[in-house]
Write a protein that binds this ligand. Structure first.
Ligand code: PLP
Length: 405
């Protein structure tokens, strides 16, 4: 073959490409050379090798720095080629050196906390609201960490010598409150900032570029995108990734290869899904903001496919009346989901803490999918019930509250 015309197949870091291109090609660069189109699924739990001296050296290297295995892994808990394609692709989308996948978002967060406390850095500074179970994991100290809750302006003062992590979500679950990631990262000094980017996805926001050292996803949501895979992933630099791989190896929260395959497939449509659903969500947010049955609408400045709103009436009645929209927790699927955070996603958070974080008992959280906007509005309109006479008489100047703070 004429080498001058041979594409640079083996260049691990090709020139940066647009997000839409990376979404379709990252993690798949070797396929055409192998005569493949769809990525292979490697279900092996173990890998034969006639050279145990070489395996000893590879295991020693992993124990030293947690670097990803070159060649086939020795055992499934040390790594998997299909999962590693997803990790490569997600790292490219988030603009980080590496990504480490886990069995769920909570497994990913647990691994991060364990890497920090293993260094004796068990104190965490966090900003509410967070996803209900993340709040619970920190508040209950289930992994031996100790949390100080603060607002973004209080982060610098909350840091201690044993602070190992600062954690924020933006837009946050479920109020869609946004924090200025660049300012927060600055306030963290040398303490790593973890930004949960589940709601924004790298399509709308790349926190690593704003100073977050760890970018966490519940990949169960938009990355998978079809409500049929549970996963978590942390995008970060290679040094932190090495520690995360070592913890994953020792604690076992690995992602199944079939899930890795589905996630890689999900990533290829992530930009179009997020943009289409966001356009519909923005339109629904505007219609809700003009509706007298709605007390307040939360919709982030950066946009996105999540809308939260507080009703004047009984939120349980709305959940009971949807027909097209799916009354279910979770988010990021192709169909629209609605849930009542005070009853489900944030039930595990103490009621006073929950309300203090701005999660009203009348708040509903909606994950907008890919249905037609008028069909969704018709369902929502019916579910919201009668327009009360006294409301109809009020001037309709409720407006759309940007979800800040
Ligand atoms: C769902 C969610 C999580 C937890 O992820 P799982 O995959 O359910 O373990 C963490 N953070 C946010 C923002 C979430 O929405």
């Amino acid at each position: 073959m004429d080498s001058a015309r041979t594409p640079a197949y083996d260049d691990p870091r090709p020139a940066p490409r647009a997000l839409a291109t990376e979404a379709v090609h990252a993690g798949r660069e070797d396929l055409a050379r192998q005569g493949l189109h769809a990525p292979p699924i490697d279900l092996s739990t173990t890998y034969p090798s006639y050279d145990s001296r070489a395996e000893a050296a590879r295991i020693d290297a992993f124990a030293a720095d947690g670097a990803e295995f070159e060649g086939p892994p020795v055992y499934g808990r040390l790594g998997n080629p299909t999962v590693s394609r997803f990790e490569t692709a997600l790292a490219r989308l988030e603009g980080t050196e590496a990504a480490v996948a886990f069995a769920s978002g909570m497994a990913a967060l647990s691994a991060v906390l364990l890497t920090r406390s293993a260094l004796g850095l068990r104190h965490v500074v966090a900003v509410r609201p967070l996803y209900g179970c993340s709040d619970h994991l920190l508040t209950a100290g289930l992994l031996g960490s100790e949390v100080t809750w603060t607002d973004p302006a209080g982060i610098a003062d909350a840091l201690r010598p044993d602070t190992g992590l600062v954690m924020v979500e933006s837009p946050a679950n479920p109020t869609l409150a946004e924090v200025d990631l660049r300012a927060v990262a600055h306030a963290c000094g040398s303490v790593p900032l973890l930004a949960d980017n589940t709601f924004a996805t790298p399509v709308l926001q790349r926190p690593a570029g704003q100073g977050a050292r760890l970018v966490l996803h519940s990949a169960t949501k938009y990355l998978g995108g079809h409500g049929d895979v549970m996963a978590g992933v942390v995008a970060c630099d290679e040094e932190l990734a090495g520690r995360l791989r070592q913890v994953r190896f020792a604690t076992g929260g690995v992602l199944h290869p079939l899930a890795g395959y589905l996630l890689l497939r999900g990533l290829s449509t992530l930009p179009v899904r997020v943009r289409a659903a966001s356009a519909t969500a923005a339109e629904l947010a505007a219609r809700l903001a003009a509706d007298p049955r709605i007390a307040r609408v939360h919709y982030p400045r950066i946009g996105g496919a999540m809308v939260a709103f507080e009703v004047h009436g009984d939120p349980h009645e709305v959940i009971g009346r949807v027909r097209l929209i799916t009354p279910a927790v979770s988010l990021g699927s192709v169909d629209t989901l609605i849930q009542h955070p005070a009853s489900i996603s944030h039930r595990i958070v103490d009621a006073e803490d929950r309300r203090g974080a701005g999660v009203s008992d009348r708040l509903l959280r909606m994950s907008v999918g890919l249905e037609d906007v008028d069909d969704l509005w018709a369902d929502l309109d019916a579910a919201l019930g009668d327009r009360q006479p006294q409301d109809r008489e009020r001037p309709g100047a409720r407006g759309l509250h940007p979800a800040v703070g």
